[in-house]
Design a protein around this ligand. Structure first.
Ligand code: GTP
Ligand code: MG
Length: 469
């Protein structure tokens, strides 16, 4: 049913045509900066000041209105996010639901008559990115990929010991589900949440997250790895699948239902985009170490797989026939950008260049292999929240979220202090121990004037890229 709805939507979009309309997918894992990026971008488009967002000589956004979206996703809470930044001087809350926004722009380029443009964006909880591998893969393929990622990582193999030994010795459904959830809980407690799929374990269909004070045991009792308590599934190896045919059939059916409900609507929207920008929080990955690097790299690759249209296409062809094929075929993601976000967390221009270079090293192999017209790399800070001080030792000044003991400081009590962030290496660490990095989190710095967009750095290059300026 869902596939039919999506197909009808796709066909309708194609018939309607998207002349003057651009769908831009902003993707990234949790806390990569998607919501802040969109909020700052919309504020800049709504109150365009060429001094604050220079789109080139003679280019100006004369008008930008939020228009009603036709999709079944809820509207992106722009006003709420913006007022959280402006009035509370705090970052927007973590995203718990998929939302969409449509903007109507009057764009003036030099002396030409202003042109009308419609832009569509989507925001989603970054945790869902770990499920992208389900799209266009069946239960067995998903199982092999999840188990492969666990085996390939020293830290995850250690955390998954209990699950591995349970699946070798037992074919009891409840025991297997409990053991897999214990692994997910261990990964969560060590802050390795990017490996967690099905992602409803982390953020359920109602947007609820695991209790922060809980433990892997308590989460295993409360959280589900499936749509409900009765619809959970776990990955099984090929050998285990051969031995547990009855269980595999159950897991397959639950997996398909999960994929259709949680993954397909989001991925269909993204696949149908004209351009895609992948946000990478490089400072966070540097602080996270090998496992976080592996997960982020795998997520970026899966996102880029969405640009290879043909995957879902053949299945669609069977469903819609040749006429449908003619209607469904034309669109594809033509331009991809990889954006290293939060560049205000590093102190020198050389560090900013290295952010871009690390984003490039993570993704260029996959990018070279996909069929897009153009790809590019960017760095940006969409809400500049630090300032540079000190000359001999580059230092930043900002309002820290955590004090030197790691205790959270309330926003109202945080005063600007100077600190020295780590330098960004030219290459990702490869051998031996992953070095320690420190890029302290800061509160946002933003004017209380509603018509003043947040100070930004590097956003104009991204905007120029998607507007083709
Ligand atoms: N210094 C700085 N921090 C930023 C910037 N953008 C985002 N952040 C930080 O990153 C955090 C996450 O940003 P979000 O935009 O909420 O990330 P997201 O990708 O929407 O995350 P999910 O909703 O979990 O998927 C924020 O709460 C800030 O702490 C920036 O431009 N500069
Ligand atoms: Mg968000």
């Amino acid at each position: 049913m869902r596939i039919k709805e999506n197909l009808l939507g796709t066909v309708y979009n194609r018939i309607r045509g998207r002349r003057g309309s651009l769908r831009i997918a902003i993707v990234g894992s949790q806390a990569s900066g998607k919501t802040v990026f969109l909020t700052s971008l919309i504020a800049h488009l709504q109150h365009h000041d060429p001094q604050a967002l220079n789109l080139g000589s003679g280019v100006e956004i004369l008008k930008c209105e939020i228009s009603k979206s036709s999709s079944h996703f809820s509207p992106f809470p722009y006003e709420y996010n913006r007022s959280t930044l402006v009035h509370n001087n705090a970052w927007p809350a973590k995203t718990s639901d998929v939302s969409e926004i449509r903007l109507k722009l009057d764009l003036k380029r030099g002396k030409r008559k202003p042109e009308q443009l419609c832009l569509e964006f989507l925001d989603f909880p970054g945790e869902r990115a770990a499920d992208f591998l389900m799209f266009s893969r069946n239960y067995s393929e998903w199982s092999d990929m999840v188990l492969g990622s666990i085996q390939a990582d020293r830290c995850y193999s250690e955390l998954a010991r209990g699950f591995n030994s349970t699946s070798e010795s037992s074919c009891d459904e409840q025991e297997l589900i409990y053991a897999y959830k214990m692994f997910l809980g261990e990964a969560l407690s060590q802050r390795y949440s990017r490996i967690i799929t099905p992602s409803v374990y982390l953020i359920d269909c109602r947007g609820k997250r695991p209790d922060g004070g809980g433990s892997p045991e308590s989460w295993s009792n409360e959280r589900f790895c499936g749509l409900s308590a009765a619809e959970q599934f776990v990955p099984l190896s090929e050998e285990e699948r051969l031995q547990n045919c009855v269980l595999v059939k159950k897991f397959e059916a639950r997996y398909r239902k999960y994929r259709n409900k949680i993954v397909a609507p989001l991925v269909h929207w993204l696949e149908d985009a004209d351009q895609m920008y992948i946000l990478l929080d490089i400072p966070q990955i540097l602080m996270g170490g090998f496992s976080m690097y592996n997960d982020e790299q795998a997520i970026a690759e899966r996102v880029l797989e969405l640009c290879d249209q043909d995957r879902g296409f053949w299945r669609q062809l069977v469903q819609v026939g040749v006429l449908g094929w003619l209607l469904v075929k034309p669109s594809r993601i033509r331009r991809v950008g990889v954006v290293a976000t939060k560049s205000d967390m590093v102190a020198t221009n050389n560090d900013i260049d290295n952010l871009e270079s690390l984003a490039r090293q993570m993704t260029y192999k996959k990018l070279r292999g996909i069929s897009v017209d153009a790809y590019d790399f960017f760095t940006c800070s969409t809400v500049m929240s630090t300032e540079l001080t000190g000359s001999r030792i580059p230092r930043l000044k900002g309002r820290l979220v955590y004090d030197e003991n790691g205790e959270r400081v309330a926003e109202k009590d945080s005063v600007p202090v100077e600190f020295v962030p780590s330098r960004v290496p030219e290459h990702w660490p490869k051998d031996g121990e992953w070095p320690g990095f420190s890029f302290p989190e800061v509160y946002p710095k933003i004017s209380a004037r509603r018509d003043t967009p947040p100070p930004q750095e590097g956003l104009e290059r991204v905007v120029k890229s998607f507007l083709g300026l």
